[in-house]
Ligand binder design. Structure first.
Ligand SMILES: O=C(O)CCC(=O)C(=O)O
Ligand code: FES
Length: 413
């Protein structure tokens, strides 16, 4: 049988041969003015639309209407996979100039490569003032390719400086293809809690990559990089899209019956040249879209929540007793407070709905006895106390007093 190959996607050549060589040598390259000020404007506007839940999806609940756009953005470190729901973000995954550069450098280390590229991930960092950075890592630890061709296209939406938490890299650290071991970073004030830290190399070789808005920084998946806390008064917004050689299988996750050698993640978009595996079809997964918070965001919400609770704690009706069967949960909102209400053997309990790991909705989790498992990455919480009973959540969630008056279930907030 003749296998269907996708039509060829033509993209412009952007870089000189010297610049391509520089990428192969150093593992990264900055290309200024690839994105126009008008395009920056639409990326900023769409960030607000996504953050406010303007594209309905399970992972992003609309914030309360009373919150201003600024107040919404100030609660978000990063939005994962926005291109699955936002047509504009998908357009930037396919941006002709970005894909033109990608078709020159992504697998330029491989002889006979024909410039074919596919995208598997988008990350929209908001990183407001005070928010944590990402500790040392290599992206191929998270997204393995077969041929060391993973590449990030890091689109600066704001000027990125050492003050607001720009990218830092160790030039040429990708060359050997060595994946450094990881450990816990032990610095939650500087770095986000989700990521471990790569170690075992000379950190003194790191350099900051300070760039103007509209610049795109391209970096290889083996390049050691990190970013620090945002210590400025302005955002550091960045859209990072990840790609690889379209000829590489993508063993990102093993499904049933797959082995590392034949696993192939198909939630991809072909963006340059051909897709030799087009015959397998494509998948999309709006379920993968979610908001990631960090320590700074949780502390902010915690402080505001504490103040609110101290100044105006009162019992508020949130449900009728008949609304929840034993062993089930319900999402309820009182003002800005998002609560997971549980019925365990006829008794009612209320805890914050938002998982402290990365914002999963606990009311949508799995309940076993008096514990709930976060639907996103499996953190476990005690429903009666809000305490963490299993990783990866860094801390517990607030617990609220509940009382039943007649058939009214009331929560103290
Ligand atoms: O920009 C950042 O803060 C980190 C980006 C990053 O580590 C990545 O996209 O792999
Ligand atoms: S959001 Fe990751 S475990 Fe809950």
């Amino acid at each position: 049988m003749e296998m269907a190959i996708s039509p060829k996607i033509e993209v412009p050549k952007i870089l000189s041969e010297d610049r391509v060589k520089s990428f192969i040598e150093n593992g990264y390259i900055s290309v200024p003015d690839l994105i126009t000020p008008d395009e920056i404007g639409e990326l900023k506007r769409d960030t607000v639309t996504i953050a406010r839940g303007g594209y309905p999806c399970e992972g992003i609940k609309p914030f309360p209407k009373e919150l201003s756009d600024e107040e919404v953005l100030q609660r978000i470190l990063c939005i994962h996979q926005p291109h699955y729901v936002s047509p504009l973000m998908e357009r930037y995954v396919r941006h002709p100039k970005i894909c033109g550069v990608l078709s020159q450098i992504t697998a330029a280390h491989i002889p006979y490569w024909d410039g074919s590229v596919k995208c598997m991930q988008s990350l929209l960092f908001v990183k407001p003032p005070g928010f944590q950075g990402q500790a040392w890592h290599q992206d191929e630890i998270y997204i393995p390719t077969r041929d060391r061709s993973l590449i990030g296209a890091w689109i600066a939406i704001d000027d990125a400086t050492t003050e607001n938490g720009c990218l830092w890299v160790i030039p040429a650290s990708h060359r050997t293809g060595y994946l450094y071991p990881q450990r816990s970073h032990g610095n939650p004030d500087e770095f986000d809690g989700v990521d471990h830290e790569s170690h075992g190399f000379d950190e003194s070789k790191e350099i900051p990559v300070e760039v103007k808005a509209g610049t795109v920084v391209f970096f290889n998946g083996y390049l050691l990089h990190r970013s620090r806390k945002n210590r400025s008064g302005i955002y550091r917004r960045v859209l990072v899209n990840h790609y690889c050689n379209a000829w590489s299988l993508l063993p990102w996750q093993l499904r049933e019956g797959e082995r590392p050698a034949n696993a192939d993640w198909r939630r991809v978009i072909s963006v340059a040249g051909i897709d030799p595996y087009a015959w397998k079809g494509y998948e999309r997964s709006p379920k993968e879209v979610w908001l990631r918070t960090c320590k700074a965001a949780q502390e902010k919400d915690g402080k505001e929540g504490d103040q609110r609770r101290k100044s105006m704690a009162e019992f508020v009706k949130v449900a009728n007793t008949g609304d929840l069967k034993p062993g089930s949960a319900k999402f309820v909102e009182v003002g800005e407070v998002q609560i997971a209400l549980f019925n365990i053997d006829g008794n009612y309990y209320a805890i914050d709905d938002v998982c402290t790991h990365s914002g999963g909705s606990l009311s949508e989790g799995w309940i076993v006895e008096d514990e709930v498992t976060c639907p996103l990455h499996g953190a476990i919480y005690n429903i009666k106390t809000g305490e963490v009973a299993g990783p990866p959540a860094p801390r517990g969630v607030a617990k609220y007093n509940v009382r039943v008056r007649g058939t009214d279930v009331e929560v103290e907030v």
